[in-house]
Design a protein around this ligand. Sequence first.
Ligand code: PGA
Length: 248
Amino acid sequence: MRIPIIAGNWKMNNTISESLALVDGIKSNKLDEEVEKVVAVPFTSLSEVKKALEGTDIKLAAQNMHWEDSGAYTGEVSPLMLKEIGTDYCIIGHSERRQYFNEIDESVNKKIKSALKHGIKPIVCVGETLEERESGKEEIVVKEQVLKALEGVDKEDIKNIVIAYEPIWAIGTGKTASSDDANHMCGFIRKTIGDKYDENTKESVRIQYGGSVKPSTIKELMSKEEIDGALVGGASLVAGDFVKLVNY
Ligand code: PGA
């Protein structure tokens, strides 16, 4: 049984006070206990949001990290810093980081290994561009991203990793992949992981869909066999919508 996981990716939104207001809005509602809930907040809000989440079962995520523990890397944040705050998850390899900040498969791989070493669970993002989809290359692209991300990662560690399939053309565009396409690609990722590891790992790895997920589309997506959760940007910024997503 794979536990469903709904994660809100706030991206570069919300100051500390705005973050606390959003968490308050979320907390004041009844949330499904059988769904794992995660908020991925800006670095500056991590500490305060962690305190605000005390006594709830909502998990805390960062949106990126460096792979080194410390050093001369101006402007970067290390896994030790995240760990001390009590960060449970870290989004790694989000397409916006790949697109705007030179994130490549090699750095994604280093970050995943470092996060695992420090007990931070990576939410690893993969997904094709519109051009790649239109030329029928989505499986080739996504397979390569998954295999490069997981290079040298032990089978035992896969239970601590969540994969998020996020077709780039569906992020922030209002275009959701059809639930069948999303299901197909999540199944394809599962098969790729099964071929690399084994049947157990294949069945246990959790795979989310992300890209313009809304309260109106979540139920259909979550009814699909291969989709274990959602990574949600825009709709996670409104407390009521996030609550609806969790309580799908
Ligand atoms: P979106 O973002 O829901 O706003 O499309 C998803 C994501 O980038 O994780």
